[in-house]
Design a protein around this ligand. Sequence first.
Ligand code: AMP
Length: 204
Amino acid sequence: MLFTDLGLKAEILRAIAEQGYTEPTPIQQQAIPAVLAGRDLMGCAQTGTGKTAAFALPMLDRLSAAAPRRKGAVRALILTPTRELALQIGESFDAYGKYLKLRSTVIFGGVGQAPQVEAIRKGVDILIACPGRLNDLIGQGHIDLSDLEVFVLDEADRMLDMGFVHDVKKVIAKLPKQRQNLMFSATMPKEIEQLAAGILQDPA
Ligand code: AMP
């Protein structure tokens, strides 16, 4: 299978070609059509399998094809457990979305919040965040997720291991009911299945 068989728009195919990718990886082959169709998804995949592009490419396609629910709204949120992962995902969205007009920013703790608040104030379509800092900024009134369209929970098993379950649930409580949900985990213990059951609707 080739990337050109997946139905992604030309601007995205061009960016992928520049990355040197020709064939989608197995998780990409399975996830991209489902996410493009608007379905919820449970992806069982580790880092290194191409899972970031598996969610980022179809998200960029859908977001760029439709107007936001509200002008200036945060349209997509990717929750990830560590600063390193957040930065990597941010770089991936920048690379794959370089020919699109969507804006993204990365939010994590351990550094001053002022530049992050300023980026949000200017308007972002896609927010890539670690749960602690995100809740801080929501609590201070800097971030409104009420018109979110897509929610991604990345590395869900590590989120649990790192004790972020409460923070994750607090974020989910701020999201609108009608949204697309994508969840990724390297392992599928019972706790992850339970968490998934509470988040995903009829997932692929
Ligand atoms: P990830 O699993 O998302 O951390 O991706 C692992 C690495 O694989 C990253 O460096 C990506 O740039 C790269 N990658 C993702 N998809 C592909 C692909 N279809 N072909 C070649 N490399 C890829």
